[in-house]
Design a protein around this ligand. Structure first.
Ligand SMILES: Cc1cc2nc3c(=O)[nH]c(=O)nc-3n(C[C@H](O)[C@H](O)[C@H](O)COP(=O)(O)OP(=O)(O)OC[C@H]3O[C@@H](n4cnc5c(N)ncnc54)[C@H](O)[C@@H]3O)c2cc1C
Length: 385
């Protein structure tokens, strides 16, 4: 291969470039990014950076010497790909040939399919989103956060810390219900409520009004700012027309190769791949650990190396107020959720089990027990492999 093009110039794209060089690839590397910025780290956008000043310098990834010769084409998305011909078309009409392709286009935030309130509505996915939201989070501002996943809960905590009046609206019965389970979700809600956040759970937004939002219950909430944190969808439209399975991200095999395409791999949030640590069902994983894990493996796949089974241990963390939630494994796959250590009022480890096997843990505090549980989940590789 003489030229590998990476589409998506964020964490997954950067890690893919580093890993291709680490694996010995010496040909040309071009990374194309829709955003105008060099790769930066997203987690601080809903946490400390949103609470302070939002600048690229505060979140930019360090560029290692190994990727100093990568060509970065930023500010223009790839609009289409012809994989048979090995040709990409950018939104400005220019074309680019490639021998190898890394798909690293991540996600875009879902929006509520409702008209109105445009000047008050925000999402938090990019640096520019956070920079637009930050000046609105003033003391006393009425902020409605729609969605109680990790981004919604983190934005709620940050906005409250900045002195805003915060209300969270979500259809679930507890915040972060899927990864945390009902008990830990309730404990998290209690911590938010103790700091003055109001929850409307089992509720959705029915309409945007001149003064705020109307809920499915008919209740009207006044809002100066509405943050839509209702999940994300994979950015794969540019790959359409190539016969790929794009039903939820890009379907890959267990080595990150895009099905049926020997010279195309996918990394990060957009990649849907099986993890034999759990089963043979391909899934996307929207955690910060995954761009690095997948890039390591995908680079070797693209270069024709056999790396054995790919069994990443997903992990995520979430910071809300002074609270650190840390997860290892795949808690959302567990059906039987139990406190393993500690208590939910202070610090605890919650275990998620499937068929009697521990498949994930979520830790509320308990940093001193992290290595223990991580090791336990890493060692427990089922016979499937
Ligand atoms: C606000 C926020 C907070 C988070 N906090 C945490 C956390 O605390 N813990 C945790 O584990 N994870 C967290 N995450 C998740 C983590 O940041 C992601 O898993 C990670 O950023 C995924 O990286 P990626 O490179 O796969 O995708 P992305 O970071 O989404 O990058 C994809 C890039 O591709 C570009 N692109 C898309 N389409 C095209 C195209 N057609 N042409 C060219 N470029 C294109 C996009 O503009 C983007 O720059 C958070 C995410 C967000 C948004």
């Amino acid at each position: 291969m003489d030229r590998v093009v990476i589409v998506g110039a964020s964490m997954g794209g950067l890690r893919a470039a580093e890993q291709l060089r680490a694996a010995g690839y010496e040909g040309e590397l071009i990374a194309i990014g829709d955003e105008p910025h060099m790769p930066y780290n997203r987690p601080p956008l809903s946490k400390e950076v949103l609470a302070a000043e939002v600048t690229h310098a505060a979140v930019a990834f360090r560029l290692r010497d190994s990727v100093a010769d990568v060509t970065w084409r930023l500010g223009t998305p790839v609009a289409a790909a012809d994989l048979d011909a090995g040709e990409l078309t950018l939104a400005d009409g220019s074309t680019l040939a490639c021998d190898g392709l890394v798909v690293a286009t991540g996600l875009r935030p879902r929006r509520l399919p409702l008209p109105g309130g445009e000047d008050r509505r925000h999402v938090v996915r990019t640096l520019d989103d956070a920079a637009r939201l930050r000046p609105c989070l003033t003391p006393g501002a009425r902020v409605v956060v729609v969605g109680a996943g990790f981004v919604g809960c983190e934005v709620a905590a940050t906005a409250r810390t900045l002195g805003a009046e915060v209300t969270v609206v979500a259809p679930e019965t507890e915040p972060m219900l899927r990864p945390l389970g009902p008990e830990l979700g309730a404990a998290l809600r209690a911590r938010h409520e103790a700091r003055g956040v109001t929850f409307h759970l089992g509720a959705t937004v029915r309409a945007f009004t001149d003064t705020g939002v109307t809920l499915s219950s008919g209740a009207d909430l006044a809002a100066d700012v509405v943050v839509e944190a209702v999940g994300s969808t994979p950015r794969t439209e540019w790959l359409e027309g190539n016969g790929l399975d794009l039903s939820d991200g890009v379907l890959c095999d267990g080595t990150l190769r895009v099905e049926g395409r020997p010279n195309v791999v996918a990394v990060g949030d957009v990649a849907r791949f099986p993890n034999p640590r759990y089963d043979d069902v391909p899934r996307r994983v929207e955690h910060w650990s995954i761009p690095t894990d997948t890039a390591k493996r995908a680079a070797r796949t693209l270069l024709g190396e056999d790396g054995g089974p790919f069994l990443p241990l997903p992990s995520f963390w979430s910071d809300q107020y002074d609270l650190r939630l840390q997860s290892f494994g795949a808690p959302a796959l567990g059906e039987d959720v139990r406190v393993l250590e500690g208590d939910l009022e202070t610090e605890a480890v919650v275990g998620h089990h499937r068929d009697g096997r521990l498949v994930g843990v979520v830790m509320l505090g308990m940093a001193r027990r992290m290595a223990h549980y991580r090791g336990r989940l890493l060692d427990d590789v089922p016979a499937l492999t």
